[in-house]
Design a protein around this ligand. Sequence first.
Ligand code: AMP
Ligand code: FE
Ligand code: FE
Ligand code: ZN
Length: 288
Amino acid sequence: MIQEVDFHSHTVHSDGTLTPVELVELAGKRGIKALALTDHDTTSGLEEAIKAGQRVGVELIPGIEISVVYDPGTMHILGYFMDHHSPKLQESLRGIQQDRENRNPQIIKKLNEFGVKITLDEVIRESGRGQVGRPHFARVLVKKKYVKNFDEAFRKYLSKGAPAYVDKRRVTPADGIRMIREAGGMAVLAHPKQLRAKSDEEFDRALDSLVASGLGGIEAYSSCQNESEAKTYKAAGEKRKIFVTGGSDFHGANKSDVELGNMGNWARLTYDTVRGMKEYLKTGNHGH
Ligand code: AMP
Ligand code: FE
Ligand code: FE
Ligand code: ZN
């Protein structure tokens, strides 16, 4: 089922396969009213997406997805409605980009050590124009027949624990939230399932600490969360009086089973959430 609003999507500016124009046109075709573009650690696709949105009648919510330090699992903080021209925000993002650029040659070096002959140039070419990430390494490995498919590229070489894995420096959760809030935006915890909390207590502690740092919402509906997980995260958000949101986490052909606007048949997400967020950012009050 396609929702009115999709709060989580990617383009070629990070690890998606559609351009911002293609993404927004697809949203228009699907009847999506408001779409957040949330590329990883960059806002470089937003201008193009906003313009396309005006043309096709889709409200483009300026967004971002920041990877933050969280050892037990993966923690991503989504930002919405920030002023993406903020010099302070852009400076922090440049620091993150620099770390990525330092990491890429290290991944190449490890791959070469394992007899995989690919070059950084080939990976950069594969990325088109956005930032270079592991999915681009994966696509080159597939093209050059070192692996059969994308998943095998991660399993054999690129995922955490595999031989060519190189970690990147991340900001702390509190700093990620601060970056978004200082630019006037709202911070939301992406796909809480990926925290891989080992108990309810561990999850509650992590979420409480984020809320204390200024988290404003939780992504209950996601293509990676099932109905019972969605229920749990929705209740966790309601209990803390933060926004309950949802997003498909659409990546185009890099996650071909995920459909833009679809976050499970149990999802119930309407434009009211967008209205509520805007109201909250303006007045500091929840619109309900
Ligand atoms: P990077 O930001 O360069 O570390 O790459 C992270 C991206 O790689 C994620 O956003 C996913 O799109 C993709 N990714 C990470 N782990 C896997 C995996 N095990 N299988 C497929 N894609 C993955
Ligand atoms: Fe991604
Ligand atoms: Fe994510
Ligand atoms: Zn994402």
